[in-house]
Design a protein around this ligand. Structure first.
Ligand code: NAP
Length: 253
């Protein structure tokens, strides 16, 4: 691909964790990458990693749950990098609690970041993909979509991401746009570190306990997920749409 037709990708929640690894991977695959996160300054490290490896990236501050900010962020990407034709809806938060202790705010925050965020970002990007006759949308679901104690909000949002993905695939396929979901199991990031803290375990012990239950006998790394996202984002995945790929070191029930 020449620089003039270099694909532009937006990765949300890309300051750290799975999003950062995905931004780095997509840049290595030849995309110019908008590293988008709540705090623009926090994106610096990911941008520097990409540019140090010869790639092209910008930092974009945006709260994906705010549709006006999402529209502004996408317009900025169009102006600075070009129209985005790859979108990875990765930004996420946890507000875990058992049902009887969960507040309305904990419910709303999780729905707004995961579902509303993916909705407003996809809506803002789709016109550019339609114009290009090409698009790749990859949404982050989770093994928690199958149900997980203490995560009634998160499990509902991550199951919702699967229905959202399949509907995007049906609506947008005729424009050359695919939509797929990646559903990670246990991945070592700040998010799982926070879960270890919530359940009162040291992070190393928490990882060891998780690994013992995973068929490949190890926990996942952000790069494991980035590899799956890179496949769905690439040219080769044009006939794969509306799918959910569990990246969990084994099958799940
Ligand atoms: P992480 O390390 O906590 O990173 C998430 C990033 O999203 C953070 O940089 C965070 O910014 C950002 N973010 C949060 N709210 C945002 C908003 N409203 N707008 C823009 N950015 C926002 O999480 P991760 O573990 O890499 O997870 C990435 C995705 O994979 C999430 O959707 C998560 O649910 C999913 N996932 C993770 C695992 C796992 O085991 N780690 C498993 C299954 C699914 P701040 O730091 O400023 O909050």
């Amino acid at each position: 691909m020449s620089t003039t037709d270099q694909r532009v990708a937006i990765v949300t929640g890309a300051a750290r964790g799975i999003g950062a690894a995905t931004a780095v991977r997509l840049a290595a695959e030849g995309c110019a990458v908008a590293v988008l996160d709540l705090d623009e300054a926090a994106c610096k490290e990911t941008v520097e990693k990409i540019t140090a490896e010869g790639g092209s990236a910008i930092a974009v501050g945006c709260d994906v749950s705010d549709s006006a900010q999402a529209e502004t962020a996408v317009a900025r990407v169009v102006g600075e990098l070009g129209p985005p034709t790859v979108l990875v809806n990765n930004a996420g938060v946890l507000r875990d609690n058992l049902l009887f202790k969960m507040s309305d705010a904990d419910w709303d925050t999780v729905m707004n970041v995961h579902l509303r965020g993916a909705f407003v970002m996809s809506r803002a990007c789709q016109k550019h993909m339609v114009d290009a006759g090409f698009g790749r949308i990859v949404n982050l679901s989770s093994s928690s979509a199958l149900g997980n104690r203490g995560q009634v909000n998160y499990a509902a949002a991550k199951a919702g991401m699967q229905g959202f993905t399949k509907t995007l695939a049906k609506e947008l396929g005729k424009f050359g746009i695919t939509a797929n979901a990646v559903a990670p199991g246990f991945i070592v990031t700040d998010m799982t570190a926070a879960t270890a803290e919530r359940v009162g375990m040291g992070f190393e012990d928490f990882q060891a306990a998780a690994a013992s239950q995973i068929p490949v006998q190890r926990v996942g790394r952000p790069e494991d997920v980035a590899g799956a996202i890179a496949f769905f984002s690439g040219e080769d995945a044009g006939f794969v749409s509306g799918q959910v790929l569990y990246v969990a070191g084994g099958p799940l029930n």
